[in-house]
Design a protein around this ligand. Sequence first.
Ligand SMILES: CC(C)(COP(=O)(O)OP(=O)(O)OC[C@H]1O[C@@H](n2cnc3c(N)ncnc32)[C@H](O)[C@@H]1OP(=O)(O)O)[C@@H](O)C(=O)NCCC(=O)NCCS
Length: 434
Amino acid sequence: MSYTVRRPTAEEEAGFFASMAAGFGEPGNPDGPQDAEVFEADRHWAAVFTSEGADPQIVGTTTAYSFQLTVPGGAQIPAGGLAGVTVQPTHRRRGLLRQMMEAHIDECVERGEPASLLTASETGIYDRFGYGWAVEHEALRLSTYRGKFRADLADQPWSKLQLRMLPSTDDMGAALPAIYNRVQAQRAGMLSRRPEWWQGVLAAEEGWKGGGDLFCAVARTESGTDVGYVLYVLDELKTDNHFRSDLRIKELIAADGDVEASLWRHCLDRDLIANVAYKTASVDSPMRRMLAEPRWLRIDWRDDELWLRPLDIVRLLEARTYQASGSLVIEVVDDFRPELGGRFRVDTTNAASGDGASANGGTDGIESTASATRTDDDPDLTMPTEVLGSIYLGAINPVTLGVAGRIQEHTPGALNMARALFMTPTPPFNPTRF
Ligand SMILES: CC(C)(COP(=O)(O)OP(=O)(O)OC[C@H]1O[C@@H](n2cnc3c(N)ncnc32)[C@H](O)[C@@H]1OP(=O)(O)O)[C@@H](O)C(=O)NCCC(=O)NCCS
C-alpha cells in the first residue's frame, strides 16, 4: 500500500472530480462538475492510493485558479487560488493534505506567484500552512420597513445615477464583466474573473459561485458610464398570506459609496419586498451611516472571506502602497517553508508618494510605495507568515494582533507604525468565492 501525490492524467479526470465531489459530501456527476470549463487541468493535484491487486484510486484532490489579485494602491499581482481541497474520509489524517499543500506551494513559487489564496470551509486548517485571514465580510439584513435614508440625504449624488434592469442573463453576461473589471482594478482584495467564471455567476442553478433566478440592476452616471450593479434573487415568503418576498443580494459591485447607496436604494424600494439580505457584504458599507434608523441594519455575522499566504515577501511588500512614511524590519517565521521567511525591511521614506487619490487612498494625502529588502538587521516586529498574510491587504489591525500575542514587538511603537503603514482607509473586499 502506498500514496503518491501527482497530476491526474486526462483519463483520470472523471475520477478526480468524482473524488472531489465525494470529499465535499456532494453527489458525483458523471459529466464532471457543472462549471468544468473554469478549472485549469494543469493545476490539479491528486493523492493516489495504490494497493496490491487493485487499480490506483484517487483519494485526495486539490486544484488552483490563476487569479490576479488587486492590492492596496491598485496594482494587480498573480496569485494561485487554492480550491477543491478534499481527502476521502477513509484516508484522512495520514498527511495527504500536507503533501498536496507542498505540491501547491511549490507550483505557485515556480509560476512566480507571490501569494496563494483560498476561501476556507473550516478556519482551523490553514494557518499551519502559512495562510492568514486577510479579507472579511459581513452578513447584513434590513427590513424594508426600516430602510429609509436620513431626510437630509434626499438630494445626494447617488440620487442622480440612472438605474436600469437587465432583462436576461445574456444581457447580464454582456454588461457585467466590464463593470466588474473596472471596480476590481481599484479595490484591494478583488480577484480577476476569466470569461468562464461568469458562467457560474450567471448560472440558472444556484451554486457556490453564484447563479439562480437572477435579477440585475445597473447604475449609470449622467455621462453614460456604467459604474455598478446589483445581482439578486427573490425568495418568496411562504409564511406570508400575501405575496411578499425577501430580496437576497448575490453581489453588489460599486465604484464608490454613492453607487452602493443607489443600488441598495433600488433593493429597498422594490415593491412587495419584506427584507433585504446580503451575506457577503463589504465590512465598511456606508449604508449604516445613511439610514434614518441605523440600528436596524442587522449584522448576522462577520466572517473570513479570503485567506492569503505570502510566498515572495519582497515582491508583495513592494507591490502595494502604504498610508504613512516610515521604516520597519519585520521578521517573518515560516514553519512550513522556512526558506520563504526571514527578515525584511519595508521602507516608505524614500519611495514615490502619490496623491492618495485611489480607492484605497491614504489619509492626509499620503500614499506611497515602499522599497523592500531582505536584511540581517535586528527586527522591530516578529510574526508568523500567516499573520503577515492577515495584515497585508489592510483589513486586520496589527496592534490588535500584538495584543492577541500573534506579533512580538521589539521596538516600542513598532506595532503602531505597522498599523499606520498597513491598514487602509477602505478595507479590502472580495466578492469572488472559490
Ligand atoms: C480537511 C481535509 C482535506 C484534511 O485532509 P487530511 O489528509 O486528513 O489532512 P492531513 O492528515 O494532511 O492533516 C494536516 C494537518 O491539518 C490538520 N487538520 C486536518 N483537517 C483539519 C480540520 N478539519 N480542522 C483542523 N485541523 C485539521 C491535521 O490535524 C494536521 O495537523 P498537523 O500537521 O499539525 O498534525 C479532509 O478532512 C477533508 O477532505 N475534509 C472535507 C472537505 C473539506 O473540508 N475540505 C477543505 C476545503 S477548504
